[in-house]
Write a protein of this length. Structure first.
Lengths: 317, 532, 77
């Protein structure tokens, strides 16, 4: 009897705690997706403010991705709507979180996962923390106690901050790659091992895309600082085992001729705008060839994309 | 891989929950094994294959303990058989043998610690000497892997052997019990340094987990997490920058950082102790306290009876008294007393013993001249304190100041705290020279600008950060004040109704979750004491 | 109890009532230097050797306990 009573007390206690955390989460969650509202990774999460089911394809990955893929260029060339969910130092568990967010309001036909993050370590604490933070945002946004206002206590969440460049980060900086960095894709038979955790994340994402009838494509954007043939081999086998496409643009030097003197912003780590244009052009072709998407060019519902493109062109100059 | 580097990690929480669950499920006899298993699992996770050092230490302690005890038994037996006049000689010869064993044991255990921890420091200094003498010879510095926690369990091993040697406790034949004493997972990384008589028996008993112990242990753990996450980690933002490049900061900012570092060190270490002692309490093990509100101390000497208590008592029992009571020093005391009187007589041998204590204390914290300086700093302060005590009494009497009145006590407390903070500045500084430079800068660069124009809020910690630190420190202060009055807070809470108990738990948890310095933008502070 | 013990104590640290106080160590009436003096004096006055094991707060918290320790050590010796 005493034992039962204690278990009951414990349950009541836990229920109370969860209730409090849910309430606190309501207060602490940013009420919009803008920087001012306290949103995390504003660029990567900008799709939250896009119209429901309006985006055809998503790109998920880390900083090499947001420096390489220009959704508005794809829009202008084809009328397809894409979003670039790249964030600095993104880990694959966050990529999975991102994917789940995507499918809440969008139903893309195709999802590209950039594989640079496959070799980024994920501590168990980090994974647990992201998972908890996603379920109970108070853990993630607790630091907003510094700028809570009255609105936070009664307003509903409304994502209304449109990210003009759709996740791409424009940069024209040039810092040439060292000569010895250029031979980074020397042929090799070895495979660089991925951690089990990271592998599992990719498998989960594949499963999730299948569930939502989306095609998952693994890609690697050109980056001498990050890529190697051993990594290429490992991702190729992973793609085979998952039965999905893998596009390693590091090997496509003819289709995507990056000039490492002028088209990288930090010595071969990230591409700058001219480099990104080439990568984007190649991916545009891939999208067209896939035949999965339709153009929205003349659809008045998508007029805002043209405005975004014009603004982007002003920025580019 | 799954690694644990602190008691404030998810991994430790999982490990603790796992241990509690298995401990509760298994019958009494198996519970001991559960504790031992988790202790070794924990040690393996923090030190990997270096776990072998702990095993060897435990085996050696077990063996030497029995060896001492056998020799003692043999001595007793022989003493009965022989005539009275020969007893003294026999006892002396056995004492010599026992002393020999002890020397060997200390050499073995402390020697291992010394080689692992101080080799690079020693070689570095030898090389510097060579350089100074113009000898162009540089000894290579080996990179030795030091198992975390060795400074703590080695002291436990030594204390156990000394206690057996002094016949304070019988040698333990049971290897399991001894292994549990040496490796108990909550305390192996950062102490408290336990005596065999403190914990071995309660570990061995492995009593069922009591509901009240679970609740009170849980509260204590949360309180520790609060200290660490809300205060220590948040302060780190400013402290690490200022100490890394003090030249970029004004004197006043350095002074503030010294104050903050002292608060941080206290919150980190005593917070860890709260987690450790709370965890042990759940398993029915009462670990000795390591802190007793040190910032209420009137003198430096009192401070060290309230800060890292178990290290202090270790040095007192195994270094200070044995040295000051050794035959030559005893003679010195008696002689000096006749010549110098009561006050200054014992000071001489006391000072010699104290010097050794503080040299060891400084060295124990790490191989570096700043740690040795830290030890010497406190040695000198304590010595000065003892020397001028009669003078102070006379002066205060002349000035009609009551030494028990509140203002005088406050003056003492503030003075002691400032002295401690200066010591911690050197303790934290990156090298002794930097320490002096920082200390000097406080007095040479006396601009108050960063405080008056608010620039201080741009050095990593903004205004809300300062405010929440202030609030949290105030909470600590009030709780400390209540404890100083002799109230046992958690027991007082346990007597209240369940709604209030829940509310306190909820408040503490929410306070930590909201105001803790964790997540994006924060880098948690590495446990400071685990590296000592 | 021997008057000599009280004389020694008074000599080392006046200001304390040794007949009633039972927290000499716990309340810091006797600090470690006082203990060093005290042990040296006691050994001389009562012809005993006080080993380090005996130097625990319990044995020095009151005059009575000190006396008990001395008697015990005399018997053992």
């Amino acid at each position: 009897m005493k034992y039962l009573k204690r278990i009951f007390t414990a349950l009541v206690f836990l229920a109370g705690l969860v209730f409090l955390l849910v309430v606190a989460s309501q207060i602490f969650i940013p009420k919009s997706n803008s920087e001012e509202a306290g949103m995390e990774e504003v660029n990567a999460n900008g799709f939250l403010a896009e119209k429901e089911n309006s985006i055809d394809a998503f790109f998920i990955g880390d900083s090499v991705l947001y420096s390489s893929v220009i959704p508005l260029q794809i829009w202008n060339d084809t009328g397809y709507t894409c979003y670039n969910c790249g964030s600095s130092g993104q880990r694959l568990s966050y990529s999975f979180t991102m994917l789940q967010r995507v499918f809440e309001n969008q139903s893309p036909k195709i999802v590209f996962l950039e594989m640079d993050a496959a070799y980024r370590a994920q501590e168990s604490g980090y994974i647990l923390y992201t998972a908890i933070g996603e379920a109970l945002p108070v853990f993630q946004y607790h630091d907003r106690w510094k700028d809570l206002n009255a609105d936070d206590f009664y307003s509903e969440v409304e994502h209304d901050f449109i990210v003009n460049d759709k996740g791409y980060e424009y940069s024209t900086r040039v810092e040439a790659c060292d000569d010895d960095g250029l031979n980074y894709m020397a042929h090799s038979l070895t495979e660089e091992r991925m951690s089990i955790r990271n592998k599992l994340c990719v498998q989960l994402m594949k499963w999730y895309c299948d569930k939502h009838d989306a095609k998952l494509v693994l890609i690697s954007v050109p980056s001498p600082a990050n890529w190697s043939y051993a990594r290429h081999n490992a991702i190729s086998s992973l793609a085979d085992s998952l039965d999905c496409d893998y596009i390693d643009m590091n090997l496509l030097t003819e289709e995507i001729p990056i000039d490492w003197e002028t088209e990288t912003r930090d010595k071969g780590d990230h591409l700058n705008y001219p480099g990104a244009q080439k990568v984007t052009a190649y991916l545009t072709e891939y999208l067209v060839d896939s035949g999965l998407l339709e153009s929205h060019k003349d659809d008045p519902d998508y007029a805002s994309w043209d405005e975004c493109y014009e603004k982007f062109m002003e920025e580019v100059g | 891989m799954f690694t644990i580097s602190t008691y404030f990690s998810m991994a430790y929480v999982l490990l603790l929950l796992g241990a509690i669950l298995l401990y509760e499920v298994f019958p009494k006899r198996a519970r001991r094994w559960v504790l031992l298993l988790f202790s070794y699992l924990f040690f393996f996770l923090i030190s990997r294959k270096l776990v072998i050092y702990l095993m060897l230490s435990t085996l050696s302690v077990h063996h030497i303990g029995l060896w001492l005890s056998d020799v003692q038994a043999e001595c007793k037996l022989k003493m009965k058989e022989i005539p009275k006049e020969e007893k003294k000689a026999l006892s002396a010869s056995y004492q010599k043998r026992l002393r020999g064993i002890m020397c060997f044991a200390v050499f073995l255990h402390v020697g291992t610690l010394f080689v692992l921890k101080y080799t690079p420091f020693t070689i570095g200094n030898i090389n510097a000497l060579f350089d100074l003498a113009g000898i162009s010879l540089t000894l290579p510095t080996p990179r030795l892997l030091v198992p975390i926690g060795i400074s703590f369990y080695t002291l436990q091993a030594v204390s156990y052997l000394f206690d057996v040697y002094r016949q304070k406790i019988p040698a333990d034949r049971n290897l399991l019990r001894l292994a549990m004493f040496m490796s108990f997972f909550p305390q192996i990384m950062e102490g408290p340094i336990c005596r065999y008589s403190d914990t071995a028996e309660s570990l061995w008993q492995a009593e069922r987990i009591k509901y009240s112990a679970l609740i009170q242990g849980g509260q204590r753990i949360l309180y520790g997490v609060m200290k660490k996450l809300v205060i220590a980690d948040r302060l780190n933002i400013l402290i690490k920058d200022v100490f890394a490049s003090y030249n970029d900061y004004e004197g006043i900012v350095i002074a503030i950082s010294a104050v903050f570092y002292t608060i941080q060190l206290y919150c980190d270490f005593s917070g860890t102790m709260d987690v450790v002692i709370g965890s042990a309490q759940i398993f029915g093990v009462k670990l000795p306290e390591n802190f007793r509100r040190p910032f209420f101390s009137a003198t430096i000497s009192e401070f060290w009876q309230r800060w890292h208590i178990t290290l202090g008592t270790f040095f007192k029992d195994y270094v200070f008294y044995p040295l000051s009571m050794s035959k030559p020093l005893k003679k010195l005391t008696t002689k000096a007393r006749k010549k110098l009187g009561n006050h200054f007589g014992p000071l001489l041998s006391g000072a010699i013993a104290l010097f050794c204590v503080w040299l060891f204390n400084g060295l124990w914290h790490g191989a570096g001249w700043n740690y040795i300086f830290f030890g010497m700093y406190h040695f000198v302060l304590i010595l000065i304190g003892s020397t001028i005590e009669p003078l102070v009494i006379k002066v205060t009497q002349k000035l009609h100041i009551k030494r028990t009145c509140l203002p005088y006590k406050c003056f003492q407390i503030v003075r002691t705290t400032i002295l401690v903070m200066i010591g911690e500045l050197f303790f934290r500084a990156e090298g002794l020279r930097t320490g002096f430079a920082m200390f000097l800068k406080i007095f040479t660069d006396r601009s108050f600008a960063p405080v008056s124009d608010g620039a201080i809020f741009t050095y990593g910690m903004d205004k809300p950060d300062f405010i929440i630190i202030g609030v949290a420190v105030l909470i600590l202060f009030v709780i400390g004040l209540i404890q100083e009055k002799g109230v046992h807070i958690r027991e007082a809470i346990a007597r209240r109704n369940i709604v209030l108990q829940f509310a306190i738990f909820y408040a503490l948890i929410l306070f930590i979750i909201i105001f803790g310095a964790y997540g994006t933008g924060y880098i948690p502070l590495d446990p400071i004491y685990a590296n000592f | 109890m021997d008057e000599k013990l009280f004389e020694i104590l008074e000599d080392i640290q006046p200001e304390v009532d040794y007949h009633t106080c039972t927290t000499l160590i716990d309340d810091h009436y006797l600090n470690s230097l006082a203990i060093i003096s005290l042990v040296a004096e006691l050994e001389e006055a009562f012809d005993v050797t006080i080993p380090t094991v005996e130097i625990i707060p319990e044995n020095f918290n009151s005059a009575e306990n000190m006396w008990k320790m001395i008697v015990r050590l005399q018997e053992e010796g």
